[in-house]
Design a protein around this ligand. Structure first.
Ligand SMILES: Cc1ncc(COP(=O)(O)O)c(C=O)c1O
Length: 406
């Protein structure tokens, strides 16, 4: 019997092709290799935090304030919900997957009177129906997950923004797996709270929540009957102690600024470099790169006769969700790819955990350097598990897309 090869022996860790956290550019990793600095020292505010949040405005495409908080995407969602929503406020949450369910839960916990607008997972959103529901309920806020990571779908954030504006509702947008990978026009689309995390298409380490706030959202916070139920997540605190009067805040210009919650200095330094790389690349070229990489991945899957889970018309460019071939468990594919070929992809979530797989094309991994080896490893793993495809067909199809895009 020939020995079993363990190719993963050659790796110290698996390559992260999961839909976040994703691979980090080396300069971002290097930015964290520094001794500690003091988060309340004015030099940190002036030289690191402030330039980073100002640069993030360009990524968010908004002239409004952008805040960094310690935490993750969920912290951003909670900061938005807790800062703005009060008990009894009517809210519509579009639920098209696991992360819509998450916001339904967060909104319920802050006491909102939640109406769930249910979308069959992986299917398009019926905008006319949502508009009718919004007109009927006249909610204080409408929440949408722009890119539903659990099903690999992108929903029409601009059109939902128009619906929200049409009924005078605040517009909450979860861009955790969208921002810096697909176009998110915070200001033009009327997004009042744009809430995301650091570890996906921004190409920064896990550990920071990022939130942008519109003027309308500030007004809603100012009109609150009572204080937000959280101190650390209360965005009004930032306005009070960190934003100078000349920028619409409450802090006298020139007065020492105070962050309402201690900011992780290493993560901010890494974020600063990550945002610099995004702006140096340019938003349009970056979105185009994600589109080509996702297209190549999808072409590769198709050539391997693997079917996407969602309706292809709303397939995401940052996370692809595919059905596993009949009789092959998603967990077995993930384990084989990881253990034998050193590439980590994700299973599906919730009731599709066993029957779907998810592959991220985010930040660095939206490139041939990552997509081609992933398709190759997927083919090899599936073959080991008993699924036959034409050798190399997936890689060849993806190569064609990459070659034509160059
Ligand atoms: C669309 C979406 N929303 C929210 C979250 C939660 O973010 P986090 O895991 O950073 O808390 C995720 C995480 O994958 C997500 O993809």
């Amino acid at each position: 019997m020939p020995p079993t090869m363990n190719w993963a022996q050659c790796y110290t860790r698996p390559i992260l092709m999961i839909p976040g956290p994703t691979e980090l550019p080396f300069p971002v990793i290097q930015a964290m290799n520094a001794p500690p600095s003091v988060q309340y020292d004015p030099s940190f505010d002036e030289k690191v935090l402030e330039p980073t949040t100002l640069a993030l405005r360009q990524v968010f495409q908004t002239p409004g304030e952008v805040f960094l908080l310690p935490g993750s995407g969920r912290t951003a969602l909670e900061a938005g919900a807790m800062s703005v929503i009060e008990p009894g406020d009517p809210v519509i949450v579009v639920v098209a997957g696991v992360f819509g369910v998450l916001m339904r839960e967060i909104m319920t916990r802050v006491g909102a009177q939640v109406t769930e607008f249910r979308v069959e997972w992986g299917r398009p959103l019926d905008l006319a129906k949502l508009r009718a529901e919004a007109e009927r309920l006249r909610p204080k806020a409408i929440h949408l997950v722009h890119n539903e990571t659990s099903t690999g779908t992108t929903y029409p954030a601009e059109a939902v923004g128009r619906i929200a504006r049409g009924v005078g509702a605040l517009y909450f947008l979860d861009t955790v797996s969208a921002i810096a990978g697909i176009d998110v026009r915070t200001h033009d689309w009327g997004v009042d709270l744009n809430m995301t995390g650091s570890q996906k298409c921004l190409g920064a380490p896990l550990g920071m929540a990022v939130v942008s706030v519109s003027d309308r959202a500030w007004e809603a916070m100012e009109r609150r009957r009572g204080k937000a139920p959280s101190f650390a997540c209360d965005l009004l605190q930032w306005r009070k102690t960190w934003i100078p009067v000349s920028r619409g805040g409450k802090l006298p210009d020139g007065a020492p600024r105070a962050q309402p919650v201690s900011i992780p200095t290493h993560l901010t330094a890494a974020m600063r470099v990550a945002v610099g790389l995004i702006l140096a690349e340019g938003l349009e070229p970056r979105f185009a790169r994600h589109a080509v990489a996702a297209n190549a991945l999808r072409a590769g899957l198709d050539a391997m006769r693997l079917e996407l889970f969602p309706d292809p018309s709303i397939a995401s460019n940052t996370v692809s969700c595919l059905k596993t071939p009949d009789g092959i468990a998603a967990g077995a594919v993930v384990a084989t790819m990881r253990d034998r070929y050193g590439i980590l992809i994700g299973t599906g979530l919730d009731r599709f955990r066993g029957t779907t797989l998810r592959i991220g094309t985010m930040s660095m991994t939206a490139s041939p350097f990552y997509v081609l080896p992933t398709l190759s490893a997927l083919e090899l793993a599936l073959r080991e598990l008993g699924y036959k495809t034409e050798s190399g067909a997936g890689v060849a199809a993806a190569q064609t897309i990459f070659a034509n895009a160059s």
